[in-house]
Write a protein that binds this ligand. Structure first.
Ligand code: 6PG
Length: 245
């Protein structure tokens, strides 16, 4: 299956999050119609919070009981820590929308050993998707963000995690933050049916152009995302300001 790349540029951040919410729900409804369930991995950071809030506010009647929520990456902190991606998602979406708690698969990032948190989460994925050896999960949708250095999920430039070919989830050491991050690997990200990048604001302008219109050797981590079906870049005008095409 060849991956189709779609770039959508919306005038404002508000338009961006509205369109992203519609796309999320459209993909979810299609997955539930075809497979009876919607499997989605959420991204962290600050950008998607507005999307999650909008989903809770405008889509309360979405089929949340058939939606299964995972996290593409997590900081090595407890779930109530200000840096926790789970905390952000819980505040914006999980605590507000009728999502069954048993449908939410969070990373147990409170455990002291990040490698244990990663292998525990890998076991959860293998169990949920009933994977055999060498098999990878096919998420219906994975949400991703873009770091100013070209990282995505917690796959940072020059980090060991970029080389991982068989694990699903790893504890990736991030030198600049002097910490581990628990993150999906490229094989998991690239076995998704659809991947949706969200980027907003002028601090992403330069890197958005590098990722979408320049060739780099080695490629930035965000340039190594090639899902099975569709790669959708949802951008606001500020983030897309330097795109030529
Ligand atoms: C994380 C994310 C990370 C994020 C980018 C962009 O845990 O931080 O998963 O990949 O998407 O760093 O972050 P912002 O949205 O805050 O700019």
């Amino acid at each position: 299956m060849t991956c189709i790349r779609i770039i959508e540029v919306l005038p404002t951040p508000a338009n961006l999050f509205h369109s992203a919410a519609e796309e999320f729900v459209r993909i979810g409804r299609a997955a539930i119609a075809q497979r009876g369930r919607f499997t989605v991995a959420l991204s962290g950071g600050s950008t998607p919070r507005s999307l999650y809030s909008l989903l809770a506010k405008d889509y309360a009647n979405f089929s949340w009981s058939q939606t299964f929520i995972f996290f593409g990456d997590e900081r090595h902190v407890p779930p109530d820590h200000p840096d926790s991606n789970y905390r952000m998602v819980n505040e914006a979406l999980l605590s507000k929308a009728p999502i069954p708690v048993e449908n939410v698969y969070r990373v147990k990032a409170e455990v002291s050993d990040a490698a244990t948190a990663a292998s525990d989460y890998e076991d959860k994925l293998r169990g949920f998707f009933k994977l055999g050896p060498g098999q990878f999960p096919h998420f219906d949708l994975i949400l991703l963000g873009l770091g100013p250095d070209g990282h995505t999920a917690s796959l940072f430039p020059d980090s060991e995690g970029l080389k991982e070919k068989s694990r699903l989830v790893i504890a990736n050491w991030v030198e600049k933050f002097k910490t581990h991050r628990i993150t999906f690997t490229f094989p998991v990200l690239n076995h998704a049916t659809d991947v949706m990048f969200l980027a907003s604001g002028s601090d992403k302008t330069g890197m958005v152009r590098e990722i979408l219109e320049a060739t780099h050797t080695p490629p930035f981590p965000a340039q190594q995302i090639q899902p099975e079906s569709r790669l959708v870049w949802m951008l606001d005008q500020a983030a897309a300001a330097k795109l030529k095409h």
